[in-house]
Design a protein around this ligand. Structure first.
Ligand code: ATP
Length: 294
């Protein structure tokens, strides 16, 4: 079984500005979802794991081997899709994958060809295999990026917002592919789509300003909110009042009427209970777990 252990990892791009602050995570095979708002440190964590950033302190072990000291050990087993994935002009999808597969050590030419065609089919680019990648649409480039990350049967796959910019059909296709692959390998993905984490991930973490706020299985994290989420339709002029007197999780307009959802351990006056969702967990964690003032 593959296992990634991150132990007390800290990173600062500039002295005294910590982008990752003492992060510890134990991740086994399956899909691991990393949720957090813009600037939380998701990409920085991923870049540090793959060796593109050197941490200020802490350890990263993959299957027991220290990958900060032995980056070569991880690179042989790693597939990575960065957020800003660039491509060389002039090369077709097939040629570029061929080149990248050789770099990844897929030395048998028949196996290499079979794997490239399989992946092109899986990411729905088989018909476009002879087109130059730099002419692809944003969504096609993203799908190409996922294909290159899967070359060479990696044991650790790290994908930074893999479905960003994809239409719903392509998003589903990629999610299914990643889910299939994650049966035996570790797939870490960052996303802003709470729904994707709920549907796909067996483990997850929420980070904010470089700090780990919560980790667990989506089911466990939702269960912790059972009986503690309440909703009510309110007059929009009363919103400020509720913001100061209740732990607001979300506000939503439904047919032009303002509905608020709050966290409370006892039934608040005028509210009725709702079944908690991962979105409630996410916003409750972001707004209240790091600042349980009210
Ligand atoms: N190379 C860098 N030099 C200096 N600061 C950086 C660098 N890269 C990221 N940062 C800062 O580190 C913090 C975390 O950024 P990061 O890109 O890791 O967040 P993120 O959670 O991936 O955000 P997003 O969801 O917007 O992609 C931000 O404040 C960002 O400005």
């Amino acid at each position: 079984m593959n296992r990634l252990c991150i132990d007390q990892l800290s990173l600062a791009y500039q002295p005294s500005v910590k982008v990752l602050d003492n992060i510890s995570l134990e991740i086994s095979h399956g899909m691991f979802g990393l949720l957090g708002p813009n600037g939380a440190g998701k990409s920085s964590l991923m870049k540090t794991i793959v060796g593109l950033q050197h941490p200020n302190s802490g350890n990263i072990l993959f299957n027991g081997t220290d990958v900060i000291k032995n980056p070569g050990y991880l690179h042989k087993q790693l597939g990575f899709l960065p957020q800003d994935f660039g491509v060389y002009p002039g090369a077709s999808a097939y040629q570029l994958l061929q080149h990248l597969a050789v770099l990844k050590g897929v030395s048998d030419s028949a196996a290499r060809k079979a794997q490239i065609l399989y992946l092109l089919d899986k990411v729905n680019l088989y018909q476009a295999r002879d087109k130059e990648v730099h002419t692809f649409s944003g969504g096609m480039k993203q799908r190409f990026g996922v294909a290159q990350a899967l070359l060479g049967n990696p044991q650790l796959i790290i994908v930074d917002e893999p479905t960003a910019g994809l239409d719903p059909e392509e998003r589903n296709r990629l999610n299914l592919l990643l889910s299939d692959i994650s049966e035996n390998v570790v797939v870490m993905l960052s996303t802003h789509l709470v729904e994707d984490v709920r549907n796909l991930c067996s483990q997850m973490a929420i980070i904010k300003r470089g700090t780990l706020l919560a980790t667990g299985t989506p089911g466990e994290m939702i269960a912790r909110l059972n009986g503690k989420v309440w909703t009510q339709q309110i007059d929009h002029r009363a919103l400020t009042h509720y913001q100061t007197t209740h732990r607001l999780i979300s506000q939503q307009l439904i047919e032009k009427k303002l509905h608020i959802t709050v966290y409370s351990e006892i039934p608040p006056d005028g509210f009725h209970p709702v079944t908690p969702t991962l979105e409630h967990v996410y916003f409750h964690t972001l707004y209240h777990e790091s600042n349980p003032a009210i």
